[in-house]
Design a protein around this ligand. Sequence first.
Ligand code: FES
Length: 172
Amino acid sequence: MQYSETVMEHFKSPKNIGRIENPDGIGEVGNPVCGDMMTITIKVKDDRIEDIKFETFGCGAAIAVSSMVTEMAKGKTLEEAMKITNKSVAESLGGLPKNKLHCSNLGADALHKAIMDYYNRKEGKPKEPKQFEKVEYIEKKEAGCHCPYCDAELSEPAPFCKRCGKPIPQEK
Ligand code: FES
């Protein structure tokens, strides 16, 4: 399956890139499959997402997913935005190739985390939500035993992953 036209449009001209200053909520997630990262920041007014931006360290599909999820959430009430799912984001993009479906896992998760962070802040809970995914990724990377792209186990330090063939970033 090729990328849909919608994926290509959002990849070439992504909407809502960046980070909101003094956001009302931050959602940061890491993709356990490939280690890519996405951060979504939101501004909330009258229980509605007034503004939303993303920063994504990831592949083209992940960027298209980020752009689409921010477009879908903008202007929605928090309750409506919580109903956006990773599946509905992928569907709005006209689908993703099978081997890129995992790339759609970040979008709605980051959005929901940002909304939860907003609620936590309102209740006076700590501003920075726990970053489980990020910790897991860093631990794996530091252990140096998994490919950051396909997560294959690396039995020894190697310049390339034997499974996906991508170059492995070397520790300095
Ligand atoms: Fe990591 Fe697509 S999100 S390869």
